[in-house]
Design a protein around this ligand. Sequence first.
Ligand code: ADP
Ligand SMILES: O=P(O)(O)O[C@H]1O[C@H](CO)[C@@H](O[C@H]2O[C@H](CO)[C@@H](O)[C@H](O)[C@H]2O)[C@H](O)[C@H]1O
Length: 475
Amino acid sequence: MTPADQTPEARPLELLAAYVGKARWFGGKGRPFRVTGSRRLGEVPGCVPEGPRVALELVTIGYDDGGPEDYYQLPLAFYAEPQERLEHALVGAWTDEEFGPSHVYDAVHDREAMACWLRSFADPPEGPLRFHRMPGHELDLESRSTLFSGEQSNSSVAFGDDSLLKVFRRITPGVNPDIAVHEVLTRAGSEHVPALYGWLECPALGAEGETGDDVLHLAMLQQFLRTATDGWELALASVRNLFAEGDLRADEVGGDFAGESARLGQALAEVHHSLAEHFGTERRTRADLVGLADAMDRRLDEALPVVPGLEPHAADLRRAFDALRGLDEVVVQRVHGDLHLGQTLRTVRGWKIVDFEGEPAKPLTERMLPDSPWRDVAGMLRSFDYAPRVVERTWDDDGDGATEQRAYRAAEWAERNRTAFLTAYASGRDLTSAEETLLAAYVADKAVYETVYETRNRPSWVGIPLEAVARIGVS
Ligand SMILES: Nc1ncnc2c1ncn2[C@@H]1O[C@H](COP(=O)(O)OP(=O)(O)O)[C@@H](O)[C@H]1O
Ligand SMILES: O=P(O)(O)O[C@H]1O[C@H](CO)[C@@H](O[C@H]2O[C@H](CO)[C@@H](O)[C@H](O)[C@H]2O)[C@H](O)[C@H]1O
């Protein structure tokens, strides 16, 4: 039984489709889709008479290309009167079965609506929406919400500098890995993740007579890291520093990032250690490694029609994947699954790692499977490649004729930081040849994933992973 099987209610589905289609967090971009249904998961309690009514909708997305349906969460704020301040977040106007004639807005943009969530977390009410709290933190009910802007798969709302609510957008029945990992690492007292304060869930199945213990995890409330700076932004600033100093090398400029990269490598090693300790490890044999190589091959097969520029490099990529077939065994464990610099935050207390949801495009069941920690390392190595290439592309050169020199220095920055990160991750030891093979395959696989991701989301950036793919054959 899936959320689609639940009783549909009359909703102006085309208005919901128009809103979803242009949202950054919608992962179905580039595919023909329709909203085929919408179910009300519940009303957020904690609202006040002078404010909006807030309800959570689960919309079902069907794809005309025959792919499986997806479910997306739309938290909606219902007002009897139009709200000029929320014009940018308007979903539409209709007569709601519960709330009557309404002007309806995406609730994450609305402070009045988000205050209802906070009150519900502070004093969890009974009802279909189940607000859970972790012990040890008193929520600041006076804090005002601010929606994070930017390129994200979910919607994150900060409550002052006290807490951060991540509203999950694509919903899969079952435990959300981000919540599960934060819960375990918070209880273990890990220094490298923001503490989990609570989460929101509801039963997966609503219609009468249905059974099953699946839940829908809808949102996660966590510690707001008030001194945090995004690792991606720090890396970009370091590259800009380097480019601004025409004659200096990466290790000579003030903004050298290698020390941070090394600390980040150490932080990731510690997180992996905690995850292994609390979720356990498993051994995978040669047959599993063949399965892994097959999966990478399949991902390439699926990417080729989407990104024709991959074709000339397909043989080199497959060679990197094939090398896995010669390995005897690998130890797997719970990992991050989609690690890049944008998932790291530098605070006065060191590096924190966030967003343990895995790759948004993968089915949840796959994202929860144990994997090699080298997948995460590969993700970071790819990110150290991205940062200088992004700056290179947007650098206002004023016709200085130094394009080639910049490309050389970009490569130098990437290499310096990759090495610092990797050396610290491995505590200074050399990688075994099996580890090198694994790492090379994961890097190649990640680059393939990125070519598809960029084609669908930021087509002008597809050259970045494509150039990396092209380098795989020559290294
Ligand atoms: N606990 C936190 N405190 C402050 N900022 C955070 C925290 N967690 C995440 N962020 C910021 O919010 C952004 C989005 O978070 P992330 O978990 O990556 O969301 P998404 O799943 O939408 O990609 C991150 O890039 C980071 O800058
Ligand atoms: O952060 P998300 O979980 O939404 O991850 C997706 O988006 C990322 C971009 O925001 C994307 O990362 C790619 O671009 C980054 C620079 O913006 C770069 O640092 C990463 O190395 C690169 O993979 C990620 O792949 C995607 O899953």
